[in-house]
Design a protein around this ligand. Sequence first.
Ligand code: 3HC
Length: 310
Amino acid sequence: ASDDLAAQFDQIVADGARIEPRDWMPDGYRSTLIRQIAQHAHSEIIGMQPEGNWLTRAPSLRRKAILMAKVQDEAGHGLYLYSAAETLGADRADLTGKLIEGRQKYSSIFNYPTPTFADVGTIGWLVDGAAICNQVPLCRTSFGPYARAMIRVCKEESFHQRQGYELLTTMMRGTPAQRRMVQESVDRWWWPALMMFGPPDDSSPNTAQSMAWGIKRHTNDELRQRFVDMSVPQAEALGVTFPDPDLVWNAERGHHDFGEPDWSEFMEVVKGNGATNLERIAVRRAAHEDGAWVRDAATAFAAREQEDDR
Ligand code: 3HC
């Protein structure tokens, strides 16, 4: 019987159809999805911090309202993704524990500081732009609940990217100091944004299997290239440059050639030695501990409700 089930699983994946929670699936398929979805969810939740840093200091009510909506969206994206992980048998409290104890990852991009307000725009434009490049293909990932969560996330992500780009166009029409602030921010975020797509394909232990299982629809390098090609005309329209002397259009390839990200920096940041790793986890730990009384109260209330129902 298990041969039939395995054959059925392979056929569904081969047809580009969806695997649902109750379908048989290889243990490895389940565990790599829990790994990726949990880390994706952790990224959304930690990603609230860099921008949240500007909520009380936004330069206008309009910018504050937009930023509030965006940070709130990120919390919701984390919620959808933890829920998708739960359909695979993961436990949300356990996943949060793994994040706080450094036993599960979140995206390297959120370990960089946000010293100026232009960073709010650059994160929207480049970080959410990279996230869109990565998440649109995930709308077709082979695991149903993950794909469906991505459809809602992508709709909200395009608002995130547009508001960031609009913020930067406004600043670029401002004073020379504002224009310099935008360029200085872009110089800091360009290379970390390229690292969001993961290590090069030839040093990515998970890509081959994830492609075979239809979890990934493109490799890390393919999506990174797509992001570079998409961003160059946007930078030209904005009037900023990217800090890469090797970035140039290659007519033969029909793509832009670009320099090599600093993979040693990437490994250090992923290992926890980035500029703000400790702060990000400390803030997440404090929020979790400060919220314990809410969880206890909700659990006690649910237990009493059950008593009353008996
Ligand atoms: N930051 C931290 N860790 C990273 C990373 C990054 N940018 N890129 C890769 N890694 C880790 C991987 O998790 C893996 O470690 P693990 O086996 O312990 O999990 C290791 O480095 C090797 O990388 P692989 O390429 O082999 O791993 P994957 O096949 O999982 O590919 C990925 C990495 C492309 C990030 C993939 O996991 C993925 O597409 N995840 C879903 C998208 C996601 O997580 N995006 C986060 C961006 S932030 C975001 O979307 C929020 C938005 O609102 C801005």
